[in-house]
Write a protein that binds this ligand. Structure first.
Ligand code: ADP
Ligand code: MG
Length: 350
């Protein structure tokens, strides 16, 4: 579906491993004074003065996490960085460095990896990240990308999953379910294309959803916003697997229960209309869809006035004592047990 922008196909063997590393990393520039040594030695050297260092890593595997028949490599590179930065921001820390490791098969020409790195470097530039190393190796089949993100924070700024208290409010940023629906739209178009490659899909009305899937943005802005509002979350996590499983992680780590209100879950109008079109339940999509990369956090009740007028935040519930359990309060005011669902329940739900 997505045409190769770059018609040239230079085989990887022409460069060899070291030539390829050199080629992909030659334009890396370093911006942070904390980077003492970046690419080019056996290890990078960083210095964060008195701060604590925060580290997170995530791996993306072709056929499991992405499908190159509709994911452009540039977007994939961008997303691989976002997925990792999101974890650092979820600690209320500042992300500053990444390493990027790739395993590639011969079916990728040099130009494909250039595109992948274009996405990686674009993300690094926008989010003010130094690329300080990585590893390059071969794969017999698919493409694998592993990114490690490094950040820093004062010890008392770091927010763990474990700090939520009874009566705290549960807050989410942005809106949910878009990324999952974007994937459904892309999957459907792929099937249409298989049957009739000459059909030009009209995807305009799904632009928001497809962007949420292909070009997610990690919420770097939230930490600064919360600082400005003088709110420190009591616990926080990013939404990679779907709202329900992240809420349950917070509850378990913090030894609390929760009431999550169905009617409060923030949904974009496109999410609602596309759910109708696909005969999906929008609550289920938000609860189980995943990949939204929004932040989910708890705050003390007394901080509510500071966030209530802000369009970035929606209060979706409150924490209970652990004995009260973890519940979804439905629009019909029924209290049902909140379960962590994967992706499959969505398919079986309609
Ligand atoms: P080593 O043999 O010590 O693993 P390499 O030859 O793999 O060293 O890497 C040389 C340098 O290039 C190192 O600084 C490494 O971090 C960096 N590097 C290797 N592969 C990548 C990559 N895919 N992206 C960014 N930097 C890389
Ligand atoms: Mg190496």
């Amino acid at each position: 579906m997505i045409e190769d922008k770059n018609p040239q196909r230079t085989p990887l063997s022409e460069l060899g491993e070291f030539g390829l590393i050199e080629h992909l990393t030659k334009e890396v520039s370093l911006k942070h004074k904390s980077t003492i040594k970046g690419i080019g030695d056996d290890a990078a050297v960083l210095s964060f003065d008195s701060k604590k260092t925060v580290v997170s890593t995530d791996m993306l595997i072709e056929g499991v996490h992405f499908d190159l028949s509709y994911v452009p490599l540039k977007h994939l590179g961008y997303k691989a960085v976002m997925v990792n930065l999101s974890d650092i921001y979820a600690m209320n820390a500042t992300a500053s460095h990444i390493t990027v490791s790739i395993a590639v098969s011969n079916r990728f020409p040099v130009e494909a990896l250039e595109e992948l790195y274009e996405g990686i470097y674009t993300a690094a530039k926008i989010y003010d990240i130094d690329v300080i190393g990585g590893d390059t190796t071969s794969s017999t089949t698919g493409l694998i990308i592993s990114v490690t993100a490094i950040g820093h924070a004062d010890e008392d700024e770091i927010v763990y999953r474990s700090g939520a208290k009874e009566n705290d409010l549960l807050v989410v940023t942005g809106d949910l379910g878009g990324a999952y629906l974007g994937l459904q739209v892309l999957e459907r178009e792929k099937e249409v294309y298989k049957v009739n490659p000459s059909v030009q899909p009209d995807l305009d009305k799904y632009t928001y959803l497809i962007e949420r899937q292909l070009k997610p943005e990690a919420r770097k802005d939230i930490m600064l916003l919360l600082q400005k509002l003088e709110v420190k979350p009591t616990s926080m996590i990013d939404i990679s697997d779907g709202l329900s499983s992240e809420v349950l992680h917070l509850c378990k780590s913090s030894s609390v229960g929760v009431n999550l209100y169905e009617e409060k879950i923030p949904l974009d109008p496109t999410v609602i209309s596309t759910c109708e079109e696909f005969s999906l339940n929008s609550t289920t999509v938000a609860l189980s869809g995943g990949e939204d990369y929004e932040l989910l956090f708890t705050i003390a009740q007394e901080d509510y006035p500071k966030i209530k007028a802000n369009p970035n935040f929606t209060v979706i519930g409150h924490m209970l004592d652990q004995k009260s359990g973890n519940a979804l309060v439905t629009r019909a005011n029924e209290r049902i047990e909140l379960k962590a669902q994967g992706w499959n329940p969505i398919q079986n739900d309609n």
